[in-house]
Ligand binder design. Structure first.
Ligand code: F3S
Length: 387
């Protein structure tokens, strides 16, 4: 892999041990995947934030680093609401460690936005921008909906990219790896969480292909967010296209192979799996439109079951009116975290979600049963309305 003179010097340790280690991570990755060089990135999104995931070893590694980010870098959700962690039932030891992790990242210049939907809160990605993002739903949205270019980075490689300002040029940074290779036709007039259900089904079907979807009704960006998040969770799909909609969909020839997902298969994903004692919305973190919709649905209502809604702190601050309306109903809005990366949801027996991604991860990661509903069904369940 070609390195410029400056890069060689960093690699050789002239800029200190931390940057030499970062360069080594990037070069090693680049050589494994056949990158020709390093390319500058516009922004970085760093996963590996929850104390539950990285533990003491991760904290020590971050704490020992001595460098500063060279490009805008933001954090993925942490293991708790950084302010209201007591309300989540998080214990003091966990909270202390989690706050230390955040401080360690901040010291490096990584912004504690703590969100998996950075595109809702900051301008950090545009068409054809090269990025180094790590959280799978964010990666999928950036590649597919924005038309930016990022591989799915691990926590160390994302942090290395933030501190060097570059990433190896391979995988989804290259045109040839963005060509659709499988058409997926989807039956039915889908809306809302149906797209998460489709993603849940499509993930394992896609394998190593790049899908291009044909839908009867044009999905909204929020629906695309749900589709990509679920597909990334059940099948590690980091890029998809939607015919006549997503920015790169018209740039490549049509794939030869095609499959169909039937409406009956989509409905099966909604099969009731358990009676929820927690309803959780916000996987991925909700954006402004979803916040307004929830405020509307909860207006003049009182929840009878725990209803947790996850978003970024920045967004919650910008939309105080909606937040007040939601919390007046007894629902809780938590920031900086989510139902999957926080241990807070482990004490529940069954979680109802409106997300195909959460449906896949909650049982595996939290050990809690999970069932899917539309957003309206989730709210009805929370307020005790019969359908
Ligand atoms: Fe985000 Fe947590 Fe879901 S990080 S995509 S809300 S699992």
């Amino acid at each position: 892999m070609y390195l410029t003179m400056d890069e060689e010097k960093i690699y050789g340790g002239e800029s200190g041990e931390t940057l030499a280690t970062c360069m080594e991570i990037l070069v090693t990755l680049g050589e494994i995947y056949g990158a020709d060089r390093l390319i500058p990135v516009r922004s970085v999104q760093v996963a590996g934030v929850s104390y539950r995931t990285i533990g003491d070893a991760g904290l020590e590694w971050i704490r020992d680093l001595k460098a500063e980010t060279r490009v805008p870098a933001i954090l993925n959700p942490a293991g708790m609401d950084l302010k209201d962690w007591k309300k989540m039932g998080i214990n003091e030891d966990f909270a202390e460690r989690q706050l230390e992790i955040i401080q360690a990242y901040e010291r490096l210049g990584v912004r504690p936005e703590c969100t998996c939907a950075p595109y809702h809160v900051c301008r950090v990605a545009g068409f054809r921008d090269h990025l180094a993002w790590s959280e799978s739903s964010a990666v999928s949205f950036a590649n597919s909906v924005i038309g930016a270019r990022t591989n799915r980075e691990g926590a160390p490689s994302a942090l290395a990219a933030a501190l060097i300002g570059k990433t190896p040029n391979y995988g989804l940074h290259l045109d040839e790896n963005r060509i659709p290779t499988l058409t997926i036709k989807v039956d039915g007039k889908l809306e809302g969480s149906d797209f998460g259900a489709v993603g849940h089904i499509a993930g394992p079907l896609v394998k190593n292909e790049t899908p291009i979807f044909e839908f009867e009704v044009k999905p909204t960006p929020i629906e695309l967010k749900q589709l990509g998040a679920a597909m990334a969770a059940t099948g590690s799909v980091a890029l998809y296209h939607v015919k006549k909609l997503t920015p790169e969909s018209g740039l490549y020839p049509e794939p030869v192979e095609a499959i169909t997902i039937e409406w009956s298969e989509i409905k099966e994903v909604y099969d009731c799996r358990c009676e929820p004692d927690l309803i959780a919305i916000g996987c991925p973190h909700i954006g402004p439109e979803e916040l307004s919709r929830l405020a509307e649905l909860l207006k003049d209502k009182q929840v009878k079951k725990e209803l947790w809604i996850f978003t970024s702190r920045r967004l919650a601050k910008q939309h105080k009116e909606e937040v007040n309306q939601i919390t007046k109903s007894g629902a809780k809005i938590f920031c900086d975290t989510c139902m999957v990366v926080s241990p807070a949801s482990e004490r529940f027996r069954c979680m109802m979600v409106n997300s195909g991604k959460a449906l896949n991860y909650v049982p595996k990661i939290c050990g809690v049963q999970c069932t899917l509903g539309t957003t309206e069904e989730c709210i009805q369940k929370a307020v005790g309305e019969k359908r």
